[in-house]
Design a protein around this ligand. Structure first.
Ligand SMILES: C[S@@+](CC[C@H](N)C(=O)[O-])C[C@H]1O[C@@H](n2cnc3c(N)ncnc32)[C@H](O)[C@@H]1O
Length: 303
């Protein structure tokens, strides 16, 4: 993540408490402006609806469009359903964004004319100790977006080899001390909680480094949720459910996923980069929401 601030630091700096964090949508004006260049009718898919911040802004900005809101987190979906219950134009579905083609077919919604993916985790997820995403609060090492399926971070860490742990930390956290940290984890196993893991990591590098903790936690979260595989799988079929001319926006928070989107719009035949290809939050937004600091909005058009 080079000089970028960690996702967790950005999320945390933006708030003094959970309520304030209850999700300021990142670069919402820029997303609206980008989508306003396309038809103002049709279907807008929000593939990572989370707390519904973007959805709220977009459904107000484009009242003639219909909306499909998808999220992998059952709790987020429950809250979205109640937040948008009085808006018949918004359909909310639980699932991974890789399932969007199936959902669209089931609901007979046709193809999307605008699509948004705001990648990563929400502040609400990060701030819930029971989810285990944060090294700041004691909680079970879970880290699953969908806690009804798959292995928790603890199960993963207690099962896989030292080399596999090191590879996860290196590849998904871009952390150079991956081997040393993996060795310490393996020799302290079993590990069950966030603070246990944080202590092991701090012990292995002989200091308390929020930056390194954040990278390791990010790496584990990506591994637990198979985030890059999910992203690749979704991208592979994106052209099948977007109409020609559709506007596609991705908000990324770290370079590993951002690189993929850059290549998608630059090198993949059915897309062209929008101009500007990407934007970052302006000073005004950063003053109100420093969570947005490492965000990048990448824009492309389906051709
Ligand atoms: C940054 S938050 C989105 C915040 C939202 N844009 C808002 O304004 O409230 C990212 C969301 O993506 C969800 N998510 C992560 N991976 C997903 C996937 N493969 N499919 C669908 N949702 C996913 C997470 O559960 C989280 O709620």
């Amino acid at each position: 993540m080079s000089a970028e601030k960690s996702v967790e630091d950005n999320l945390k700096n933006s708030c003094n408490g959970i309520d304030i964090l209850s999700h300021l949508p990142v670069m919402a004006d820029e997303v609206v402006e980008f989508f306003a260049g396309s038809l103002n009718e049709g279907l807008l898919v929000d593939g990572t609806s989370g707390a519904g911040g973007h959805l709220e802004v977009l459904s107000r900005a484009f009242p003639r469009m219909s909306f499909l809101a998808v999220d992998r987190d059952p709790t987020a979906v429950m809250n979205l359903r109640s937040r948008f219950s009085d808006n018949p134009g918004v359909i909310v579905r639980h699932g991974s964004y890789t399932e969007i083609p199936v959902i669209l077919e089931e609901l007979n919604l046709g193809k999307a004319s605008a699509v948004l993916f705001d990648l990563g985790l929400s502040s609400i997820q990060l701030d819930d100790p029971s989810r285990g995403f944060s090294y700041r609060y004691e909680g079970p090492l879970d880290m699953r977006y969908d806690d009804s399926t798959g292995s928790t971070a603890a199960e993963l860490l207690n099962r896989i080899s030292e080399k596999e742990i090191a590879d996860i930390i290196y590849n998904y956290g871009e952390e150079g001390r991956s081997r040393r940290i993996a060795k310490a984890i393996v020799s302290s196993r079993p590990v069950y909680t966030t603070l246990e893991l944080a202590e092991i990591i701090n012990g292995s590098i002989r200091r308390n480094s929020p930056k390194i903790l954040s990278r390791v936690f990010q790496a584990l979260r990506i591994a637990v949720n198979g985030e890059l595989d999910e992203l690749d799988r979704m991208i592979e079929y994106l052209d099948s459910w977007t109409e020609v001319g559709a506007r596609i926006a991705f908000i990324t928070f770290h370079s590993i996923e951002d690189r993929r989107i850059k290549l998608l719009f630059r090198d993949s035949p059915p897309y062209r980069q929008h101009s500007p290809r990407w934007v970052v939050p302006g000073e005004d937004e950063l003053r109100n929401n420093s969570r947005a600091r490492s965000a990048r909005l990448r824009m492309g058009i389906r051709i």
